[in-house]
Design a binder for this molecule. Structure first.
Ligand SMILES: [Zn+2]
Ligand SMILES: [Zn+2]
Length: 305
């Protein structure tokens, strides 16, 4: 008798929400890595699938192995493939443990891998692209944790000066007056692992166009598990949908205790119809394929008209 084939790897999840792609892998306790290629960032690194290497920044939510295991490999492969030194952004409490891991690899390998760690305290910001800032947001989990919001910072003419002639504006500027104001547009938020708390009242989290949130448990009997592990439950997501202005809410970190078709069933039954179309499950490859095929088709029909 011929033995069975080895089990297949789960597929990389993919939600295209123009102009951003959200792609990666996120299964509770196994691996979480969520990349937005257009913003140069990977949220968490999971086991470092090949696609993650293309991001020059990794924003780590916390140190649990399913989110951080691939770190040293990420730095090493970026170096090996000539992609430049990778940068890791993390909670200040994790900076030293990460240096320790990298030191351990020097001893193991007998060679040094270049890497960069940037500690970012909650509400701290780092400019990752021109006018694009990564902001850390405090969350609550069983280990030191934080989520992130990516902000686009634009400079706009002061509201009271709109319609004024150019000469007047130049005059004010010469006189040392600020004629512009800064506005922050939250583009993408990634909560990382977290329980429900006051961070879900934050305007930057609620205003993000794309909200990537964990939803570890969906079954009513799993509410206790969510509380013990300091995770979110589908019930929290329903509250969140009422508040969030996000055009796309992408659920990640679902538990294997409930399979994908069951998870989809719970979501369809619980989420009010007015919110259903903006909720996506990162690891629902069937729905992802169908949505993408639909997007391609729409593009084709636009081209041919
Ligand atoms: Zn996790
Ligand atoms: Zn965790």
């Amino acid at each position: 008798m011929i033995p069975r084939e080895p089990p297949r790897q789960p597929q990389i999840g993919f939600v295209y929400y123009p102009p951003f792609r959200v792609q990666g892998m996120s299964i509770a306790g196994e691996a979480t890595v969520v990349q937005v290629p257009e913003l140069d960032v990977c949220f968490d690194i999971g086991k470092c699938p090949r696609m993650a290497l293309a991001s020059p920044y990794v924003a780590l939510s916390h140190g649990h192995m399913d989110h951080s295991a691939g770190l040293a490999y990420y730095f090493s492969q970026r170096q090996f493939q000539g992609m430049g030194v990778g940068t890791l952004i993390c909670h200040p409490g994790l900076e030293e443990p990460i240096h320790n891991i990298m030191r351990a690899w020097v001893n193991l390998e007998g060679q040094q891998t270049p890497y960069k760690v940037v500690p970012l305290a909650p509400d701290g910001e780092l400019e990752i692209k021109n006018n694009i800032f990564l902001r850390a947001i405090e969350t609550i989990h069983t280990a030191s944790s934080q989520g992130y919001v990516i902000i686009e910072r634009r400079s706009k003419l002061r509201a009271d000066l709109i319609g004024q002639p150019q000469e007047k504006l130049m005059e004010l500027k010469k006189a040392g007056q600020a004629i512009t104001r800064t506005i922050d547009i939250p583009l993408v938020c990634f909560t990382g692992d977290t329980m429900w708390g006051s961070h879900f009242d934050r305007p930057d989290l609620l205003g993000a166009k794309i909200l990537i949130t964990e939803c570890t448990f969906v079954e009513p009997e799993h509410r206790d598990r969510a509380a013990v592990g300091r995770h979110l439950h589908l019930d929290n997501i329903i509250d969140l949908l009422d508040r969030s202005k996000a055009e796309a809410v992408i659920l990640t970190h679902t538990s294997r205790r409930t399979n994908m078709s069951e998870t989809r069933r719970f979501i369809d039954a619980k989420i009010p119809p007015e919110h259903r179309s903006r909720v996506h499950l990162l690891m629902d490859s069937r729905a992802n394929r169908a949505r993408y095929a639909q997007q391609l088709q729409t593009l084709d029909s636009v081209k041919s008209t």
